[in-house]
Design a protein around this ligand. Structure first.
Ligand SMILES: Cc1ncc(COP(=O)(O)O)c(C=O)c1O
Length: 439
């Protein structure tokens, strides 16, 4: 990646290291010698402070569904800014957005807004505990759900500590995670209904909820199977536990999120990212009876900036304009991107594959698509090669997420996909020598 030591980005990073731990406010920006600093973005392009333009398939970690500086959002938010940004009062902006969101899924009787996906998942886990009076939560090995202590468990286990697949260990992410947190987490393997149900059975009367991300990006961005979802829905219903979908990223997949593709309704759904129209957001939606915990005394809950009218306005405009036609077009473009990239991989004769569904996709430097976290876990060779591939793509005008994941936005059309394909062909060529041992 063009990271000359005399670049403006390098200079900013030298200053940043003196005042920010590691020079950043989010570890995901730490790659290579220094992060790139942005000047501005417009549509699906981002221009850095050294005046290099790139096509943005990272979209602030899959959060911009309409790209950058989307005119209708800029206009609506500018008007709201003139009238104030946050009040100790309820707003019509919040009401309008809540009405819109509840109209998108039959599983959303009520919705509560917060400020991040982390907060939405945390509120969901606490709501499940408050509703059921139980403390244990089951989650899928390797799935990412944000920074709440419980959500972080087994987010990044390694072969050294993940244990047997019939009984995956609950592995802490952060040093000092209390033992009690680990004791309350049940780790289940992805897309393996038989093993998952057997594990849940061991703690049947203690489980408050089973949490799943329907397209877990850290596991490999392979969608959940209907069989897995149905088994978890049935088990939770039969055993007095709740089923929670984490749709912080995947809500973009259909008008009503990935849950729309299965003939089941989760009890709770966490959302975030794109529903904020570019501003910090999180939301928890669900069944009336469960959402009641926020007001019946079981789970007192507030947040100073929750449902502020800036986010509510931006979010409503973004979501109203991401209607059924826009969702369908972007999903179709997703099919085009996946088939184009597979074609490129074939031409490059590289041990690589593409996973994903709808407008989300991920490149793996593995010949076969991984089926679970353990298969998705990259070898040292793959890690090094992927890092080099991402650098090469940056040099060829493409920005992607550090895991190899990418997300489409509505300003993108076939042209942008063709640019990505061309860049991938060049980039694979330049890093192929690193992949010798993975074939
Ligand atoms: C599935 C999922 N849940 C929760 C989160 C946390 O969201 P936030 O970064 O807004 O706290 C993320 C973030 O990437 C996510 O992908």
């Amino acid at each position: 990646m063009s990271k000359a030591n005399n670049s403006k980005s390098a200079g900013f990073f030298e200053r940043a290291k003196k005042v920010l731990p590691g020079g950043v406010s989010r570890n995901t920006l730490l790659r290579g010698q220094h992060p790139l600093y942005v000047s501005h973005g417009k549509g699906c392009n981002v221009i850095d402070v050294d005046n290099v333009q790139r096509l943005d398939f990272a979209n602030n970690m899959a959060s911009h569904i309409h790209g950058h500086a989307f005119e209708p959002i800029v206009e609506a938010v500018s008007k709201q800014l003139q009238r104030g940004s946050a009040f100790t009062m309820a707003t019509e902006a919040e009401l309008l957005f809540a009405e819109h969101m509840c109209s998108r899924s039959p599983a959303f009787d009520k919705i509560r807004f917060v400020n991040s996906g982390t907060e939405a998942v945390m509120a969901g886990m606490k709501a499940a505990r408050a509703h059921t009076g139980r403390s244990k939560i089951a989650k899928v090995e390797g799935s990412y759900h944000g920074a709440y202590d419980y959500a972080e468990v087994s987010q990044a286990p390694t072969p050294e500590n993940w244990g047997g697949i019939d009984h995956p260990n609950a592995v802490p992410l952060a040093w000092g995670t209390p033992e009690g947190v680990l004791d309350d987490m049940i780790i289940i393997p992805f897309n393996d209904p038989e093993k998952a149900v057997a594990l849940l059975e061991e703690h049947a009367d203690q489980i408050a909820c089973v949490l799943i991300d329907p397209i877990p990006h850290r596991i490999g961005m392979v969608p959940v199977t209907a069989e897995f979802v149905q088994a978890l829905r049935k088990w939770t219903t039969d055993n007095g536990a709740l089923l929670m979908f984490d749709e912080v990223i995947t809500f973009r997949s259909e008008v009503g999120g990935m849950q729309e593709r299965f003939d089941i309704a989760p009890d709770l759904t966490s959302m975030g990212k794109m529903i904020g129209g570019g501003f910090p957001v999180g939301a928890l939606a669900g069944r009336d009876e469960v959402m009641d915990v926020f007001v019946n005394g079981r789970l007192p809950h507030s947040g100073t900036f929750s449902a502020n009218p800036i986010t509510m306005t931006a979010g409503r405009v973004a979501m109203e304009m991401f209607d059924a036609d826009a969702v369908a077009r972007l999903n179709k473009l997703g099919e085009y991107v996946r088939s184009s990239l597979l074609e490129v991989i074939k031409i490059a004769d590289a041990p690589a594959c593409v996973t994903g569904t709808g407008s989300l996709f991920r490149i793996h430097l593995k010949a076969e698509a991984p089926k679970n976290y353990r298969e998705a876990h990259p070898s040292d060779t793959e890690k090094k090669a992927l890092s080099a591939l991402i650098d090469a793509l940056y040099d060829n005008g493409i920005m992607m997420i550090h895991t190899g994941a990418m997300a489409l936005s509505t300003p993108m059309w076939h042209d942008e996909i063709d640019q990505l394909s061309e860049a991938l062909l060049k980039s694979l060529g330049s890093i192929k020598h690193l992949l010798g041992t993975t074939k």
